[in-house]
Every structure is written in structure tokens, then in C-alpha cells.
Design a protein around this ligand. Structure first.
Ligand SMILES: *Cc1c(COP(=O)(O)O)cnc(C)c1O
Length: 462
């Protein structure tokens, strides 16, 4: 208990700094107006706290930077490749290791081989690049989480779990020969970074064995997920997070990873498989599209930093700090009266903007209004995950809103200190004061696909 009461301190000290520009509210109003009220179009130098994503935005350690200098840039069989291969084999227990330039390249290769018209992929939730790579092959992607997981307030330990009963129904419906793979995403990024239990993956393995299905683990945040298992699932409190991750990965037939997440590097990805025949197919595609099998689109120095990051991420003090510091932001927001998705996930805090700005109709994007206010008030950049991102128009041009209007505050790894987070909490005090006098937004330009990246908006002042 006494430990819980202490200030949460970063288990590192700072050796190199990147200055942040301090701007005024007037300056930010102008900058945001120029960016069409879309923070994706802001210059990062105009952003004070950048919570846009946790992908590729982490801070590397002194050891990783030293590794950058030690990288072996030989075309084939580089020392840095040997190092990476050894670390990943040890972690996954899989014999075939393929490096890629980032996660979606691993997905394109694997799902390009497994997919095709008439094939079905089933997952707890397909991440957007996962779904896009599957659908690009003509295959179908189906998400199955438990109903409770879609309720932002349901206080459950493993809201990322895949719905096992629905999986059986889908196998019967589509026929096991048409199921290309089952993909378990840990933690479940698209549903709030919620963890998946070991029991869920064990049960999933049994079902896959029963029907002869391939089980893929999308383990971008395998270390963060392991921390949740250690602290929430019975029987794991005495195991290290690394042991837990190894145990989970041994249940899979293949593993894909964006190293920009839990390997704490700025670029990189991994694909590993257990089956030789599948490995050969993947390697052939890798050579055509990414690079030779011992570098796959990465420089030797990138592989060196990746190998070191994938080891460092399992440091228990780091993981404790990582998960607890994300929870710190979420818990404090909740106690101020800011509605947040509960419980707090691993890499981000999600604010329920529909509840916070309940006077703004969903057609006027309450999530985007909050995103704009966070930038104007505090120079904080966040992303709307609501109707601007997922909304569609019906035949009469009327908007079909998303299920939820959320704003994601994604926390880069080892980048911000507690005082930065306390600053963000202060800005939310201003937001709470202003919550009743907010205007919504309307779209003035939208591209045909993925409109949230480049849409232009203006204030809806009527
Ligand atoms: C980020 C991410 C990916 C894609 O990885 P990139 O490195 O961005 O290409 C795939 N799956 C999940 C769960 C992710 O979070």
C-alpha cells in the first residue's frame, strides 16, 4: 500500500534533451485555423505535448544508441541480424524469423499468402492496417470481442479477449477450410489497448487445434499485455513478464509485430512463423518486396536497436512505470470528472467526448471539438476516434455516426515525465470549465478514403 502512495517516478534519467517550443494560445489558434482544425496537419514544432500516437515515437536508451553505432551494415549475414534473430527466436520459440520495415509489411506478406477471395480472417479486433491488408486480398475480416468490451464503463480485467463461442459459430458458418487464420491482437489496440488473458489464448489454441486453424499473434504490445496478466490473472504473479510473453507466444503459429511499439524503436517490424513451408513462401515475398532475408528493409543499425529494445522492454521496473504512468493520467482524469474508457489500457487513455461535450450533437464531431480545445488550451495533440474517423454518409447525405465519440491520448514510451502529465491534467481543468460553451465543427473538404488524416474543418457557428 505504502508503495502505491509514493510518487510514480521514471526509472531512467535524462542524458539527451529535445527542446519543446512554448507557444501562446493566440499563436495556437492561428496555427490550428491554418491546419483546417485538423491536428494531423499541424507542424510538430507547434505541438507541446504530442499524444497523436505511441507508434515509433518512443525514446531509445543509451544502449540502443550505442547499438546504432555498432550496427553491421553488411548486405547478408550481418552481426546485427544474428543478434536480432537470436533475441526473437528466444522470445517467440519460432524457428523462422523475418525482419520487415514495419508491422504492416509483415501483415502484407503473411496475409497476402493466406488471404484471397472467399477467405475469412477472425480476430478479437483487426487493427486498421491489418484489416486493410486482408481486405486488399479480397478476403473478409471479422471482429469478435465480448459484448461487455464495447461498454466504455464495464470494469473487467481482460476486455481484449476474443469471443470463443462466437468463434465456434463462425467456423461452422464459414467452414474451417475457408478460415485463413485466427488473429489475436495483444493488447487489443483498436478497443482501447485492453489486454487479453492467457486463459483466453490457451482456449483459442485448443479450438485452432480442433479445427486445424492457423493462430497468428499480433504482438505489437506483447510486453504490456504480459504486465496485465502478471497483475490480473491468477497464477502469474510470480512469473516475470518476459516468461509470460514467452509462454503466450508459444501458443501461436505465427507472430507479427510493429517494432515501433514494444520494441521501442522508431522504425521496424517482425514476422515469425513455425511452419517451414509457410516460411519459404513468406521469405520469397520478403525478398521481392522488402529486402534480403537477413535485413528485410532495415539497416543493420535498426536491427541492432530493435534487438536491444526488445530486451529492455521486459525490464520489470520499466513495465511497471509504463503501465502505471498511463493509468495515472486516466485515473486522475476520472477523479476530476472527465469520462474515460475504463479500465485504463496499456498505451493510451481514451476520453469519452460524447459524454464530456454532450451539448454538441454527434453530427458536429464532439471528439474533434475536444481535440481542437486541447490544442488551443495546451498545445496538446490528440486524435479523434469517432465519427470524423469512422462516420459514413447515407444515400441522402445524412451522417451515420460511429458507435462512440472518443479522443485518444496515446503515450509515447519513455518520452514525457510526470510533470508533463500533470500539465495535461491542468489543461483538462480548463476544458472542464469551458465544457458547456462549446461549438461543434463541420467538414469543408474530405478525401474519398481515411478522411480523418486530411479532412479540413471549420467551426459550426450557427
Ligand atoms: C501499429 C500496429 C500495426 C501496424 O504496424 P506499423 O508498424 O504501423 O505498420 C499492426 N497491428 C497493431 C495492433 C498495431 O498497433
Amino acid at each position: 500500500m505504502s508503495e502505491k502512495m509514493r510518487t510514480l517516478t521514471e526509472p531512467f534519467k535524462i542524458k539527451m534533451v529535445e527542446p519543446l517550443k512554448v507557444t501562446t494560445e493566440e499563436y495556437r489558434k492561428e496555427a490550428l485555423k491554418k491546419a483546417g482544425y485538423n491536428p494531423f496537419l499541424l507542424k510538430s514544432s507547434d505541438v507541446f505535448i504530442d499524444f497523436l500516437t505511441d507508434s515509433g515515437t518512443g525514446a531509445m536508451s543509451d544502449k540502443q544508441w550505442a547499438g546504432i553505432m555498432m550496427g553491421d551494415e553488411s548486405y547478408a549475414g550481418a552481426r546485427s541480424w544474428e543478434h536480432l534473430e537470436k533475441v526473437v527466436k528466444d522470445l517467440t520459440g519460432m524457428p523462422y524469423i523475418l525482419p520487415t520495415h514495419q508491422g504492416r509489411a509483415a501483415e502484407r506478406i503473411l496475409y497476402g499468402i493466406l488471404g484471397g477471395k472467399g477467405k475469412v480472417f477472425i480476430s478479437n479486433t483487426h487493427f486498421d492496417t491489418t484489416r486493410a491488408n486482408i481486405e486488399f486480398t479480397g478476403a473478409t475480416a471479422i471482429d469478435i470481442v465480448y459484448e461487455e468490451a464495447e461498454d466504455p464503463e464495464a470494469d473487467l480485467p481482460f476486455k481484449g479477449n476474443i469471443h470463443l463461442e462466437k468463434l465456434r459459430e463462425l467456423i461452422k458458418k464459414h467452414g474451417k477450410e475457408n478460415i485463413a487464420a485466427v488473429i489475436i491482437t495483444v493488447t487489443n489496440n483498436s478497443s482501447g489497448g485492453q489486454p487479453v488473458s492467457m486463459a483466453n489464448v490457451q482456449a483459442l489454441r485448443k479450438i485452432c487445434d480442433e479445427y486445424g486453424l492457423l493462430l497468428v499473434i499480433d504482438g505489437c504490445r506483447i510486453a504490456e499485455n504480459a504486465y496485465f496478466i502478471k497483475h490480473r490473472e491468477e497464477g502469474f504473479s510470480n512469473k516475470s513478464c518476459e516468461e509470460i510473453a514467452k509462454q503466450m507466444l508459444r501458443l501461436g503459429d505465427a507472430f507479427v509485430m510493429s517494432a515501433k511499439k514494444d520494441a521501442i524503436v522508431n522504425i521496424g517490424g517482425l514476422l515469425t512463423v513455425r511452419n517451414e513451408e509457410l516460411a519459404v513462401k513468406c521469405k520469397n515475398l520478403l525478398i521481392i518486396s522488402e529486402g534480403f532475408t537477413t535485413y528485410g528493409g532495415l539497416a543493420g543499425r535498426d536491427m541492432e536497436a530493435l534487438a536491444i529494445g526488445l530486451t529492455e522492454v521486459f525490464d520489470e521496473d520499466y513495465l511497471h512505470y509504463r503501465i502505471r504512468s498511463t493509468a495515472y493520467l486516466g485515473e486522475r482524469l476520472k477523479s476530476k470528472g472527465v469520462p474515460v474508457v475504463w479500465p485504463i489500457g496499456g498505451h493510451a487513455v481514451y476520453v469519452d467526448a460524447k459524454k464530456l461535450y454532450n451539448q454538441i450533437p454527434v453530427e458536429q464531431f464532439p471528439g474533434q471539438a475536444l481535440v481542437c480545445d486541447l490544442y488551443i488550451k495546451g498545445g496538446i495533440r490528440a486524435v479523434e476516434i469517432g465519427s470524423l474517423m469512422f462516420g459514413k454518409n447515407d444515400v441522402n447525405g445524412k451522417m451515420i455516426p460511429a458507435i462512440n465519440e472518443l479522443v485518444r491520448l496515446a503515450i509515447p514510451r519513455r518520452v514525457y515525465t510526470q510533470s508533463h502529465i500533470d500539465y495535461v491534467l491542468d489543461i483538462f481543468d480548463d476544458i472542464l470549465e469551458l465544457r458547456n460553451q462549446k461549438t461543434g465543427y463541420k467538414i469543408t473538404y474530405e478525401p474519398p478514403f481515411l478522411r480523418h488524416f486530411s479532412a479540413l474543418l471549420e467551426k459550426n457557428l450557427k
